[in-house]
Design a protein around this ligand. Structure first.
Ligand SMILES: Cc1cc2nc3c(=O)[nH]c(=O)nc-3n(C[C@H](O)[C@H](O)[C@H](O)COP(=O)(O)OP(=O)(O)OC[C@H]3O[C@@H](n4cnc5c(N)ncnc54)[C@H](O)[C@@H]3O)c2cc1C
Length: 426
């Protein structure tokens, strides 16, 4: 059986892998020391592009344009970059077994990779409606989105049904971003979600009302308070109708399901300590096994600011956790240590010409400002989450880089609520 050894192996070739690779190089990496093993065919790229510019009707983004680390204004790491740096990018390769005791990974083709230090960066996989037993949920024409091949298939499907009917199931990030881009492609779009308003994990009703109003203006039909309970197909097994639990039926040429994701922890679930669905790590992203780190979507880390363990499925954390892990690994080799991870949660989304950012935590009372008068296109409005007289979370639609920076500082420093007005009217 073929066997290869590396000083460092990154398992998974997504956002965190790209940022980790760059950090290894910045910290000093010798050729042949690092391998990245990924089941994807492409070198690490900025995944958020897939639900945005990748699906634009005009000049859609394509690789190599959005390889990491362009999403944070950094160098674009093309496949040639990895070759130049002596990093083995092992693509189209799924790892099917891992042993933290043996320090090995085994691929579907039977190749064994040995490592001294492993970084697990396997991300997450979308949840399907067939996971809940929804009849017809695996029909042709029902799409999910995680990897660039999913986005390519969706792009081809959009182009094949000009002015056709698209149903988006789910009212979270993916649902909202995809509904926008489908509409931009001139499809008739209906969104369906069970909650009383979109993005309930973050938004409060006044924030959601702004976006729902905007989407309706753009011609998107929104159906709330019910779920897709089944799908009808034609003789070719292609989806034709989405049946809703409330009895309504929607014509559909394509359906896009965005109902959440599950972290890919299966390979090590019996070998590493799990917490809140991810691998439990410390402030350096070390798991419960020696020389094994976990970063990005699969890591449940100490969120120092709120003194709790948390798993975060957002790109900013994927980037920063990867950098932190590599710095910790390199420091440990020199007998040094670094500061523990001290993260301020940061999420963003972009759809149509809208763009919002959120910093901190959405706990306490939400104080929304400007949402009623922001109904003009590109209107600016925001919200603060206030607890014990302090700002814990801050949200802004349409903010400038300086304003967003000020919000981040307010949430990081948990400024007294009395200073809110000054910040809101920068
Ligand atoms: C469509 C989309 C849009 C998004 N938009 C936003 C956004 O606007 N803002 C935001 O903050 N976040 C967004 N996110 C979330 C963000 O992209 C993720 O949090 C981030 O990609 C996590 O990085 P990661 O490296 O942990 O995992 P990923 O980037 O998912 O990478 C995981 C990699 O591991 C590989 N892998 C998994 N298992 C194996 C295995 N057994 N063998 C080999 N390889 C394996 C996968 O193929 C993949 O290459 C979006 C996500 C998606 C899917």
């Amino acid at each position: 059986m073929a066997e290869k050894s590396y000083k460092y192996v990154i398992l998974g070739g997504g956002v965190a892998a790209g940022y980790a690779a760059r950090e290894f190089v910045q910290q000093g990496l010798k050729p042949g020391e690092l391998a990245i093993i990924s089941k994807e065919a492409a070198a690490p790229y900025e995944r958020p592009a897939l639900s945005k510019a990748y699906l634009f009707p005009e000049s859609p983004a394509r690789l190599p344009g959005f390889h990491t680390c362009v999403g944070s204004g950094g160098e674009r790491l093309t496949p040639e970059w990895y070759t130049e740096k002596g990093i083995d990018l092992i693509l189209n390769t799924e790892v099917v077994e891992g042993s933290v005791a043996e320090k090995t990974l085994k691929t579907a083709a039977g190749v064994v990779y040995k490592y001294n230090t492993l970084i697990i960066a396997t991300g997450a996989t979308f949840i399907k409606l067939s996971d809940f037993g929804t009849p017809g949920a695996d029909a042709k024409g029902i799409y999910h989105l995680r990897e660039v091949q999913d986005a390519s298939a969706l792009y081809a499907a959009i182009k094949a049904i000009p002015n056709g009917n698209a149903v988006v199931v789910g009212g979270g990030y993916i649902g909202l971003e995809l509904a926008a881009v489908l509409r931009m492609n001139n499809l008739n779009v209906t969104m369906v979600y069970p909650e009383p308003f979109c993005m309930p994990r973050l938004f409060v009703s006044e924030i959601a009302a702004y976006y729902e109003g905007y989407y309706k203006e753009k011609g998107i039909n929104i159906i709330k308070g019910t779920v897709a309970s089944g799908f009808e197909t034609n003789d070719q097994g292609e989806v034709q109708v989405v049946k809703l639990k409330d009895g309504r039926e929607l014509k559909a040429d394509i359906v896009i399901v965005g109902v959440g994701a599950r972290p890919n922890t299966g390979l090590f679930k019996d070998q590493l300590t799990l917490e809140k669905g991810g691998f439990k790590v410390d402030g350096f992203f070390k798991t419960s096994a020696p020389d094994v780190y976990a970063v990005g979507d699969v890591a449940t880390f100490p969120l120092k600011l709120y003194d709790e363990l948390r798993r975060v499925e957002h790109v900013d954390h994927a980037r920063k956790s990867a950098i932190q892990a590599v710095q910790a690994i390199k420091a440990a080799e020199e007998g040094k240590t670094i500061e523990e991870y001290d993260y301020l949660p940061y999420f963003y989304s972009r759809a149509f010409t809208l763009s919002w950012q959120f910093y901190g935590d959405n706990v306490g009372n939400a104080v929304v400002w400007g949402a009623d008068t922001a109904s003009n296109v590109n209107g600016k409005f925001g919200a603060y989450w206030v607890k014990d007289g302090k700002v814990i979370g801050a949200f802004l639609e349409g903010g400038s880089p300086d304003e967003n920076k000020a919000l981040a500082e307010a949430a990081r420093n948990q400024v007294p609520v009395s200073t809110i007005k000054e910040i809101a009217h920068l």
